[in-house]
Design a protein around this ligand. Structure first.
Ligand SMILES: [Zn+2]
Length: 454
């Protein structure tokens, strides 16, 4: 078979370890992974010298908000996936709280068409656990979504929190279709009680009205519903030690429950509120130490499966409003996820193998994309990220490639940078330059049977 792209003498890192190889790509898939040696007589159409670089499975960012349709002043599929490929991300999974929300087959189809027209990387979408159980059932069986998402507490878009009866029916529909349900786990009643009578308007007040207790209560309710329905669940962006313990407890009770953490919950301290004010506002809130260290440690020791960005950009002016209650929650993150976490690897706080597992194999298995996505193996999609582990950088919104890049990581030094990103065999970013055309990205094909071993 003719080789379209050859990456020579690159150090391939997989969850199992590291070795120097030549990687052959043909027709968008890995065609051979060979020890360095004499090359075949037939030359490759394109060759990249990988000497001194490390090759990772292309990252799957399992939690992004690309804001299209409806909020295209904040992000679009074009700008969001452009940021993604600069960050070494080759597949994104988009959340359903767009305008309108992704709560019907028609809306799922419309969102996929928007993404298909302009995405630089591959993509999947979540369907919303909205207000109609019948529509949830149709979305589940449509084959258009990688999973469902339910918001248990108030957040961006202020979508309704489903009651137990609706959740029960949604979980049964998801189980029947082989889909997993992702939860934003913050208990609405706990937050509303903490909020009542709150007169402060500073950034820390937001943290104090969203205690870890709200996370634990939501996880308790989710666990009980999963146990009753035997459905599969996933806790998004776990933010506290107590929340992680609650997830572990349900796993011990043989509930199929996976979870994820973000760089901001695992790396930032409480001083972020003094330094960045409302820019740092996110749900659930950044809690600082000791929770952050526990989350990073959980990622390193298999207590947390997935690492995601929760990329959720807003206009800088909106993030800078005087009262914290007027500031929207979330910030950009898909482009900075890998450099930030490579820096934690450089610090010796996380192994490269665990980082890769959390951004490739784990999300691929959790959301039914394995084995086509999430590994460098013959026959799998040729999604590959080449990084220079030594290259230093500094995060500045002005240098990033989304539409609204402000984040509480502004000014932070990094060690480890993305050099080249390859999406299904085609180079999207080469030596820090965008070389792909928009629209190459395709919807992921899910095998509709997410694995419990992630
Ligand atoms: Zn989110």
């Amino acid at each position: 078979m003719a080789t379209d792209l050859l990456i020579r003498n690159v150090t391939l890192v997989s969850p199992a370890g590291q070795r120097v190889v030549n990687i052959f790509i043909a027709d968008g898939a890995f065609s051979a992974i060979l020890d360095p040696g004499p090359l075949p007589f037939v030359p490759a159409a394109e060759t990249i010298n990988g000497t001194g670089l490390v090759a990772l499975p292309g990252l799957i960012d399992g939690h992004v908000h690309f804001r299209e349709p409806g909020l295209t002043h904040e992000e679009t599929w074009l700008s969001g996936t452009r940021a993604a490929v600069f960050g070494g991300v080759t597949t994104v999974l988009d959340m359903p709280n767009t305008v309108p929300p992704t709560d019907s087959v028609e809306r799922a189809r419309a969102k996929l068409a928007l993404a298909d027209a302009s995405a630089y990387c591959d993509f999947g979408i979540f369907g919303l656990v909205g207000e109609s159980a019948d529509r949830i059932g149709e979305v589940c069986s449509s084959g258009l979504v990688v999973g469902l998402k339910a918001f248990m507490g108030p957040t961006t878009g202020d979508l309704p929190s489903p009651d137990d009866d609706l959740l029960f029916r949604a979980l049964e529909q998801a189980r029947t279709s082989g889909l997993r349900v992702a939860f934003h786990a913050e208990d609405r009643a706990t937050i509303e009680a903490a909020r009542s009578g709150e007169s402060r308007t500073d950034a820390i007040a937001h943290l104090e009205t969203r205690p870890a207790d709200a996370e634990v209560r939501a996880i308790e309710r989710i666990g009980a519903l999963l146990k009753a329905t035997m459905a599969r669940g996933h806790i998004c962006h776990v933010s506290s030690s107590a929340g992680l313990d609650a997830v572990r407890e349900w796993q011990r009770r043989e509930v199929d429950l996976t979870c994820e953490v973000t760089p901001h919950h695992a790396l930032l301290g409480r001083d972020v509120y003094a330094d960045f004010g409302g820019v740092a506002k996110v749900n659930p809130p950044i809690r600082g130490e000791p929770d952050a260290a526990t989350l990073l440690d959980g990622l390193g020791h298999d207590r947390v499966g997935l690492l995601v960005s929760d990329h959720a950009p807003h206009l800088a002016a909106d993030k800078m409003r005087a009262s914290i209650w007027d500031v929207p929650s979330g910030f950009a993150g898909t482009e900075t996820l890998l450099p930030l976490m490579l820096t934690a690897v450089d610090d010796g706080r996380l192994s490269l193998e665990r980082l890769i597992h959390a951004t490739s194999e784990a999300p691929a298995k959790t959301w039914g994309l394995w084995p086509r996505k999430g590994q460098v193996a013959v026959g799998a999609d040729a999604d590959l990220t080449l990084v220079d582990l030594e290259r230093v950088g500094e995060i500045h919104a002005a240098n990033l490639h989304g539409m609204n890049n402000i984040s509480p990581f502004e000014g932070r030094a990094t060690i480890g940078a993305v050099v080249t990103t390859i999406v299904r065999g085609r180079v999207a970013v080469r030596d820090g330059q965008l070389v792909a055309e928009p629209g190459w990205g395709q919807p992921v094909r899910t095998n509709s049977r997410s694995s419990s071993t992630a």
